[in-house]
Design a protein around this ligand. Structure first.
Ligand code: ADP
Ligand code: MG
Length: 716
């Protein structure tokens, strides 16, 4: 899926755009964030610090007040009475409206005077502040709940020294708590008025809340437990003036510690809480802005890449389509859109290439057509691998091999499969020629195929390599079948010979026969005189004369093959049947078995039956004479429709003939028999030739012979 150019372009552009954009975005975001945080820290710390300072001042002022009061001469004077002391207290209250009561106790822990005069005599020995001040120190307590007055209190106390610097009591002015936390409340009110959620609070070292806008939390809630934090963290925050965020309540807190002074040893912290969402709202806004920009860029980028990729890819796709078409032979000229320079050039080249390809293919087709339709057999052998690399249709016909079983097979393997091919290769010595570097020769060969002798005219040449012309890779063999021509020539020669012999013998026979008839007559005359002793010789002479007469009859037949009888409709199978019946006993005597395979419905032919009978008789007789020790004679008839001829064949299992004998068949007086005339076949060839027929022979020495008589049928 990511392999297409389009996908790759998209990914590439997205990376190129988004990486810098993201880096800038992230950097900007964090810069903004840290700036914002620094600002926040600044402003919160300003608030907490100023509030802490105010509270510090307040406490110092209170300590100063109480110490000042403790040095009042009337109060340190043990001789003044309670009334006088109360008067001093009231004067103090009048000056400082922040206080509303003063209590003085003696060294026994007994209240000896107070402004309201209602707790005199109470025992306060168990109070912490009392114990502290009795030690001689001023003291500001932490806040605690006082059940006596049912209120939260912070006690301020100071020892009272007499002139000898002995502690003679402890003085405790009660001040308004509200005044302590007023600075916090002012801040909170201002925030509320400003519609802000920020608020200030005060905690002590144990996390106890001392001041809080929500009154119910004071002394009730522990800050450390509430926010799951500790004094150490708060100390750290106060020291570094940094902020902490509580995501549970979405608040940001900052602290400042309140410095301790002699008499004030509490660890107090002023805290300011602000709403996190509000604080970081600008940051969130920034984030959204970035996301919108990113989205827009993504959209524009995708669109741009889509357009760009279409622009780039479309011509390529067209080219691919056109190439596919060409590859599968579809040739409508493609219409390329004009695109960018490179593709235009590619398209031009493509078209030029297609044209050249087409031309080449046309040429190739033509050559193939020529190769396939030519009457010549053409095949090629690779000189190195000895494999057949070309084999045309004519070769298939001649060798009876299909191209598939030949092409890319070793020539010798094919030869082993097909006897005819082997004999061809051997006769032409092609395997020998494969070893030669450059061959160019023409010659004639004779070989045996399917038991027939075939003649070929051969042209053998080495074929230069298409790439390197000096390299001769293949051996090209072009051959022409001469068999028909050679047979025809032989036929022609035979009939020419026959003609001459015929003309000669006609005269000769005539010349001999006349005197012979005279001689025979006289000898018969002598014979009638009955000279017994000579009877045997007479018979001998008569027989010999008869024999000569027979020869002469045969010779006359050759000489005058003009059919003697009028041709008439002849049933060849009936003729054969009669003939075989006539010779039945003779054949039986020699132990010859006769088989007949008749077609049964041969078309009728118009012939001189006597002459044909003479031919058939000749062939049966020859077969019979070839099988002296018995055998089988097979006579069959068939009709070959396309050639319009009837074929009568005589197959014997006799002695057979060698090539030389076959060659000479039909030559007058050629015989291999003691008493033969050597005219039987001469006559037969003559007769069949007269009716435009043909006699064919196949024979194997020692196996048998087949004579086939081809008689043309004129359908009309
Ligand atoms: P003839 O039979 O008088 O010898 P033909 O002309 O009939 O003369 O035959 C010529 C020769 O052809 C024969 O001598 C014989 O050698 C050969 N021949 C003919 N037919 C056959 C056959 N069927 N088998 C073997 N040889 C044959
Ligand atoms: Mg014969």
């Amino acid at each position: 899926m990511f392999q297409t150019l389009r996908a790759k372009l998209l990914i590439f552009f997205l990376l190129v755009t988004f990486i810098p954009l993201s880096v800038v975005g992230i950097m900007g975001y964090y810069a903004q964030k840290s700036e914002l945080t620094a600002n926040l820290e600044n402003s919160l710390s300003t608030h907490t610090k100023s509030m802490a300072a105010e509270i510090e001042t307040f406490i110092r002022e209170r300590l100063y007040d109480v110490e000042y009061l403790a040095r009042n001469p009337i109060i340190i004077d043990e001789d003044t009475d309670t009334q006088e002391k109360r008067q001093q207290f009231n004067q103090f209250l009048a000056i400082h409206d922040i206080y509303f009561s003063v209590v003085l106790s003696d060294t026994e822990g007994m209240v000896i005077a107070d402004t309201d005069d209602n707790i005199v005599g109470s025992d306060i020995t168990d109070r912490e502040w009392y114990a502290q001040s009795m030690e001689g120190e001023s003291f500001v307590s932490d806040m605690y709940y006082s059940p006596v007055i049912d209120e939260n209190v912070i006690v301020l106390s100071s020892p009272v020294f007499n002139t000898q610097d002995d502690v003679i009591g402890v003085i405790t002015p009660i001040f308004d708590l509200e005044e302590l936390t007023s600075t916090l409340q002012n801040f909170n009110r201002a925030q509320q008025a400003g519609d802000s959620d920020s608020y200030a609070f005060l905690i002590n070292g144990d996390g106890v809340i001392i001041s809080h806008p929500n009154q119910s939390k004071i002394l009730e809630v522990n800050y450390f437990e509430r926010f799951d934090t500790s004094i150490n963290e708060v100390r750290e925050l106060a020291a570094t003036q940094s902020l902490t965020t509580y995501s549970s309540s979405d608040e940001v807190h900052g602290f400042s510690s309140i410095s301790q002074v002699p008499g004030f040893e509490n660890e107090w912290y002023i805290g300011v809480a602000a709403n996190g969402t509000d604080l970081y709202a600008p940051l969130t806004r920034l984030l959204y802005q970035y996301l919108i920009v990113f989205g827009l860029v993504l959209l524009i980028m995708t669109f741009a890449v889509f357009r760009l990729s279409t622009y780039i890819v479309r011509p390529v796709e067209q080219l691919v389509e056109a190439t596919t078409n060409v590859a599968f032979g579809k040739r409508d000229t493609p219409k390329f859109v004009t695109a960018y320079e490179e593709v235009n050039r590619l398209n031009d080249r493509f078209e030029a290439m297609t044209e050249r390809l087409e031309e080449r293919e046309k040429g190739h087709k033509k050559s193939t057509l020529i190769l396939e339709t030519t009457d010549n057999g053409v095949f090629a052998l690779n000189r190195v691998t000895k494999e057949v690399s070309l084999f045309n249709k004519r070769c298939e016909e001649v060798f009876g091999l299909s191209r598939d079983e030949v092409i890319d097979n070793k020539a010798c393997d094919v030869a082993n499969k097909k006897e005819g091919f082997k004999s061809f290769l051997e006769a032409a010595n092609l395997l020998g020629l494969l070893g030669k570097d450059e061959v160019r020769k023409t010659y004639e060969i004779e070989c045996t195929m399917d038991n027939n002798t075939r003649y070929f005219y051969l042209s053998v040449s080495s074929l230069p390599n298409i790439v390197d012309e000096t390299l001769h890779e293949d051996l090209l063999v072009v051959f022409h079948d001469l068999t028909e021509k050679r047979l025809m020539e032989r036929e022609l020669m035979r009939s020419e010979k026959l003609k001459v012999v015929g003309e000669m013998s006609a005269g000769l026979a005539h010349e001999i026969r006349n005197p012979l008839t005279t001689i025979r007559g006289f000898i018969q005359l002598f014979d009638s005189k009955k000279e017994a002793s000579n009877e045997r010789y007479y018979n001998l002479i008569i027989n010999e004369i008869d024999r000569v007469n027979n020869i002469l009859t045969d010779l006359m037949n050759i000489a005058n093959p003009k059919l003697s009888d009028e041709p008439k409709e002849t049933n060849l199978e009936l003729l054969l049947d009669d003939l075989l019946l006539l010779h039945q006993s003779q054949l039986k005597k020699k132990g010859i078995e006769v088989n007949t395979y008749f077609h049964g419905k041969l078309p009728s032919v118009f012939l001189d039956a006597n002459k044909i009978q003479q031919v058939l008789l000749n062939l049966v007789q020859n077969a019979c004479e070839a099988m002296d020790n018995g055998g089988r004679l097979t006579v069959s008839t068939s009709y070959h429709k396309p050639k319009q001829e009837i074929v009568l064949s005589f197959t014997d299992t006799g002695v057979g003939m060698d090539a030389e004998t076959i060659e000479k068949l039909g030559t007058p007086f050629y015989t291999t028999k003691k008493t033969g005339t050597g005219l039987g076949l001469t006559t037969s060839y003559r007769i069949i030739e007269e009716i435009n027929g043909q006699i064919a022979v196949t024979s194997t020495k020692g196996v048998g012979t087949t004579f086939s008589v081809h008689i043309p049928v004129n359908e009309d």
